[in-house]
Design a protein around this ligand. Structure first.
Ligand SMILES: [Zn+2]
Length: 492
């Protein structure tokens, strides 16, 4: 007993000493201020204004091309004419690029544009998508989603932020680079898919296969993802730019129960719906393990020096505070989704007649997998949680694992980070995890360096308009994004 007592006492001292040291370190270090040394491309004010003006006009025209991804539809045939018209418009609008770059149409509808550089290094690839999500509530929009209306420096239209802004931003920057006679050292590849919103299996995946088949080396890929945002990292006052190193996996699991049906006047004590409901309730009360490994760990350790005291203390000592940090992050849906695999029931089916006990009941549970957490492991865990052999478990449709985590340094990451620091001053740049899907998942065999970031400052109203109503972007926002890409091209 005295030995145990002494041990506990020593352990207590160690914990207090560690906490005091951690607090001391945090206290001594005031929040780091940003002294971004990276210089941006020098363009005079009038030229920058002209970029912003023409770029927004072009983006407005681009949003009038309806390339819409519907679930359960043959989008390729629905969109065929608009896609080809959009290709022709791009060539007309960017004549220097049309003349100097090699344009290839991949799988009838997607585009691969190669702008050869002077160096023999592997190419830098920039991808975006030409398709958009539907607008079922278009009557609620301030201006028609395909009208291309610019009102007082703001463009309203589907695709203004997802993802025609990236496609046009890149084209605009490349055209201006050629017009100014700026050097292009590394070959630039632009891959524009036509079906990202429905998985990219016809577009991005065909472009990736083309690159592999023709042995075209790609050093890194830049794709859509987070932008420059305020207030998304707790405790951080500065704007924050997150470079997504990975995206979560996706799988839907089907749970099915078969029992005797029959007349509702003499039901069995446990019928299919009751068994399934109990299982779903058990699942709802279960959470997959939280994880503070990369890419999430990098986000907090890199942001910590710029945070206020409390958060700095918490996030710069993850070796000690991880359990507490996990608790804080589990408190919000979005932050919880960044640290673990999530699951939610999205479809339930049983019965079709009020006086018949349904012989089968089924539910679809959608999972978003944290990097490193495989579909098989998640399914095993669900089976253990349900612990009921009467519930059959299978995958509903083909899932996809989370993408590998790209390195948070080196080729691609370093240049993107430097360009952010040069063009968006007072912005903290950190790595992160994208919790939705992008076309990058189709390129995992092309390169293991994939960085998801869009060079646009997002306001709260911008964020809620993506995939929602009144999608919009301002002249200033868009102009700055084009300048970012021009600057980035010069760093490659
Ligand atoms: Zn998108």
């Amino acid at each position: 007993m005295p030995v145990l007592k002494r041990f506990l006492k020593i352990l207590g001292y160690v914990i207090i000493a560690t906490l005091l040291t951690a607090m001391g370190i945090a206290l001594l270090n005031q929040p780091k201020s940003l002294s971004n040394t990276s210089k941006s491309l020098t363009l005079d004010a009038a030229y920058r204004q002209s970029i912003a003006n023409t770029a927004l006009e072009h983006l407005a025209q681009a949003t009038t091309y309806r390339i819409v991804g519907y679930d359960d539809a043959n989008n390729d045939s629905i969109n065929h004419n608009s896609i080809l018209a959009f290709h022709a418009w791009l060539k007309r609008t960017y004549p220097l690029l049309a003349a100097r770059a090699n344009w290839e149409v991949i799988n009838q509808h997607s585009l691969l544009i190669t702008l050869k550089g002077s160096s023999k290094e592997a190419a830098a690839m920039f991808i975006g998508h030409m398709d958009v999500v539907p607008t079922p509530d278009s009557a609620q929009w301030k201006h028609g989603p395909y009208s291309g209306r610019i009102v007082k420096d703001t463009l309203w239209g589907r695709g203004a932020l997802d993802d025609k802004n990236v496609v046009i931003g890149l084209m605009e920057a490349a055209e201006r680079t050629l017009a100014l006679g700026l050097p292009i050292k590394r070959t630039l590849l632009f891959g524009f898919g036509h079906d990202e919103e429905t998985g990219g299996s016809h577009g991005a995946s065909a472009i990736a296969q083309h690159l592999i088949k023709h042995k075209i080396p790609v050093a890194f890929i830049s794709d859509e993802g987070f932008g420059v945002m305020k207030g998304i990292v707790p405790g951080l006052k500065n704007d924050c730019a997150i470079i997504g190193l990975s995206e979560k996996g996706f799988v839907s699991v089907k749970l099915k129960v078969k029992q005797l049906g029959g007349h509702s006047a003499w039901p069995n004590p446990e019928n299919a719906t009751a068994i399934l409901s109990k299982g779903l309730s058990k699942l709802e009360h279960h959470q997959f393990a939280s994880n503070l490994e990369q890419p999430v760990r990098g986000l907090f350790t890199e942001a910590a020096p710029y945070m206020n005291f409390g958060y700095r203390l918490l996030f710069s000592n993850l070796w000690l505070t991880a359990p507490l940090v996990k608790m804080v992050l589990q408190g919000g849906e979005k932050t919880a989704a960044t640290i673990r695999t999530t699951h939610v029931t999205t479809i339930m089916r049983a019965g079709n007649k009020e006086n018949v006990v349904p012989p089968t009941a089924e539910a679809i549970v959608n999972l978003r997998l944290f990097p490193g957490h495989s579909i098989a492991a998640a399914m095993d865990e669900i089976k253990d949680v349900l612990n009921d052999p009467r519930i059959e478990i299978s995958t509903y449709a083909e899932g996809r694992e989370a993408t590998p985590v790209s390195a948070a340094n080196g080729d691609g990451y370093d240049q993107i980070k430097a360009a952010i620091q040069a063009n968006f001053t007072e912005t903290v740049v950190v790595p992160g995890l994208v919790i939705t899907g992008t076309d990058c998942k189709n390129y995992t065999a092309v390169t293991n360096r994939m960085y998801r970031f869009v060079p646009f400052e997002f306001s709260a109203s911008n964020l809620s308009s993506i995939h929602g109503i009144n999608e919009h972007i301002t002249r200033k926002q868009f102009g700055k994004g084009v300048e970012f890409y021009m600057d980035l091209f010069q760093r490659l």
